[in-house]
Design a protein. Structure first.
Length: 237
């Protein structure tokens, strides 16, 4: 092989190597750009879904406070407003956080239930059971609120019986389990699950894809059960 041919082959190999490196670099940069764009779009979608939850939750909670005022239950109304202020403070503190420590979400739910028990008085009887290392678990902020709200609304149709609402939350090394059981009326007119449950499913789809379960079913003795399981260790960046 002549020196000219050798020089040509060397030039060709250098050119091909350089082209391959350039193509790989551009492809990698394009992939990174697409990944960043996808995360930005996901963030926008999640913020949009959560922003739809807030007015829904505020509307129902403020109606509760208004009902207490109309009934001249001033001390309860003040207590309800105090609980509401704590909830709004948590909303402001976590407006940029998709995932928060589970104990903070539980505090949020307990404030909500305190307000609802003031509204429904003896009709709403709540029990909250917690187990496992809850401090190691994270959960999407305000995820449980529409589930609990749905259970409360089911019970609001009851005429005389108490709405016995039981919330069980357990966390182990692999998953977070939430079980919510509430009484329902035989002539329950609360149709569907509302925008809150729909958005709840959409948020779960965005964050966990297919790695979660959420079921809502009527069970025996006029009770309704909501079950939610989430994987532990999911990080939203």
């Amino acid at each position: 092989m002549s020196p000219l041919h050798i020089d040509f082959l060397i030039y060709l190999s250098v050119f091909c190597t350089g082209y391959a490196i350039t193509y790989y670099t551009r492809a990698k940069q394009h992939a990174i750009k697409n990944e960043l764009l996808a995360k930005q779009l996901l963030e926008i979608e999640l913020q949009s879904l959560r922003s739809q939850l807030n007015p829904h939750f505020l509307f129902n909670t403020l109606n509760t406070v208004a009902s207490l005022i109309r009934l001249d239950e001033k001390s309860k109304a003040v207590k309800a407003l105090s609980e509401l202020s704590q909830m709004l403070r948590k909303v402001l503190e976590n407006q940029n956080n998709q995932l928060i420590p589970l104990p903070q979400e539980i505090e949020f739910i307990e404030s909500y239930l305190t307000i609802q028990k003031m509204r429904f008085e003896n009709k709403l009887l709540t029990t909250v059971n917690l187990s496992g290392n809850l401090h190691d678990c994270q959960i999407p902020f305000m995820l449980l609120q529409p589930l609990v709200e749905n259970a409360v609304q089911h019970g609001s149709q009851l005429e005389s019986n108490q709405n016995k609402l039981t919330l069980k939350i357990a966390c182990d090394d692999k998953q977070l389990s939430v079980t919510l059981v509430n009484k329902i009326s035989k002539t329950d007119e609360h149709q569907g699950f509302g925008i809150g449950i729909t958005n709840c499913r959409q948020r779960l789809d965005k964050i966990y894809q297919q790695r979660y379960t959420l079921s809502l079913n009527e069970i025996e003795n006029d009770y309704f059960e909501t079950r939610l399981t989430l994987p532990i260790g999911v990080h939203y960046d």
